[in-house]
Design a protein around this ligand. Structure first.
Ligand code: ADP
Ligand code: MG
Length: 390
């Protein structure tokens, strides 16, 4: 689950991670009231959507008067903001954050992310903060300093110093920076975050460090122990199909290809997507129906996959271990009666009772249900069907 910038900053503040003062607003009028509450002469009006790159997309603007705050808030609220992270369809802006303008001496980058290979959280820092960190990561990766923190020992002074030296900070800046990084590590660990990104982390004229932006993602499996974070969920920012799938115990992630996938087990689902790519196609989704593949889950899976208009064929790739293939074959046939499946369905079933399953599918003789002998054969048929070449 992700949260908005203003919510990430609320969490930061609880841990003493410095942020600019700011208030969220739903209307231009509220935006002006917030600016008055903040005082000062410069404010920043910031679109709140679950995506980065807002500045380059025109969703972060500086205002030098209350009139300008009102003007900018009315322009940004209700706009469809397109950034490199939203996709071409963009995201509707429903809230803006009004923040005090900060005196920026230097823009750095600081993030914490789980490194699955190291099995530890890794803190990343760079002097190249600002709006194009993705470019830094791909063109000059040596400019990103990475320090892994073993959770058994937690954040220590030497981690902080490695980061501070890597950033080339002055001696008198180190103390402040290390305190900041240590507090950020606590935010990450204590809230079961998966990712925190501060871009830019700003060094002010006075040598203080402030989180000017804040992005946080959380481990969904740990949300049950963070009711306060769960309460921050903004369903309107999430994919409707993914939410519906979760309600039925299916893990579904929408992608942008044309071959719908229905698979049991996350590993096999990944392998299926790879194989589709390997034979020249593109998967439309990841879908793990889990251990209980039956007529109902398969029907729901078809329904969810078919909500995506890009889907031109469906590849059902199920391994019958605990669930028997003959049961799944009957389930698929039943599901095609429950849901109007207009695209070709390629079925590869292997494992317990696979020959019986093949027999069931063959004798049902449904025109758009096509059997495959193995994974590669299934992927090839599904890709050909998606291209209208089967
Ligand atoms: P995004 O990463 O989505 O583009 P940011 O919050 O990083 O959004 O804002 C983009 C840029 O706007 C920042 O790099 C910074 O230069 C400027 N900015 C953002 N907030 C403030 C602020 N409170 N004061 C001054 N400048 C700001
Ligand atoms: Mg940013």
């Amino acid at each position: 689950m992700n949260v908005h910038e203003y919510q990430a900053k609320e969490i930061f503040a609880k841990y003493g991670v410095a942020i600019p003062r700011g208030f969220v607003a739903n209307t231009p009028k509220e935006a002006v009231e917030n600016a008055k509450k903040l005082g000062g002469k410069i404010w920043v009006v910031k679109a709140q959507i679950h995506a980065g790159g807002r500045g380059l997309g025109g969703g972060v603007k500086l205002a030098r008067s209350l009139e300008e705050v009102e003007q900018l808030a009315s322009e940004i609220l209700g706009m469809t903001l397109v950034t490199h992270q939203t996709g071409p369809e963009g995201k509707l802006v429903k809230k803006v954050y009004i923040e005090e303008g900060v005196d920026i001496a230097d823009e750095l980058y600081l993030g914490v992310v789980l490194d699955r290979a190291k099995e530890m959280p890794v803190i990343m820092a760079s002097t190249e903060g600002g709006m194009a960190i993705e470019e830094v990561a791909s063109k000059t990766p040596e400019k990103i300093i990475k320090v892994a923190v073993d959770p058994a020992i937690g954040f220590q002074g030497f981690h902080g110093r490695a980061l501070a030296f890597g950033l080339g900070l002055k001696k008198e800046e180190m103390g402040n920076f290390i305190k900041f990084a240590s507090a950020l590590y606590s935010v990450y660990m204590e809230n079961d975050a998966e990712l925190i990104e501060i871009n830019p982390l700003v060094k002010t004229g006075k040598g203080d460090f402030i989180a000017l932006d804040g992005k946080m993602g959380f481990d969904d499996s740990a949300l049950y122990r963070h009711a306060d974070i769960e309460a921050m969920r903004d369903e309107s920012e999430e994919d409707a199909s993914e939410r519906e799938a979760a309600q039925y115990g299916l893990s579904y992630i929408k992608l942008d290809g044309s071959v719908g996938c229905m698979v049991n087990g996350a590993g096999l689902a990944m392998g299926t997507m790879d194989t589709i790519n390997y034979v020249g196609g593109t998967p439309a989704n990841f879908l793990d129906v889990g251990g209980k593949a039956n007529a109902q889950t398969v029907a729901k899976g078809f329904e969810i996959i078919l909500q995506d208009p890009n889907v031109k064929s469906i590849f059902v790739n199920i391994f019958g271990g605990i669930v028997r293939c003959d049961r799944i074959a009957s389930g698929i046939l039943e599901a095609t009666k429950l849901v109007d499946v207009k695209v070709p369905v390629i079925v590869r079933l292997d494992g317990t009772n696979a020959p019986e399953a093949a027999e069931i599918l063959k004798s049902a003789n449904i025109a758009n249900v096509i059997s495959a002998s193995d994974l590669e054969d299934g992927a090839k048929k599904a890709v050909a069907a998606a291209k209208g070449e089967l």
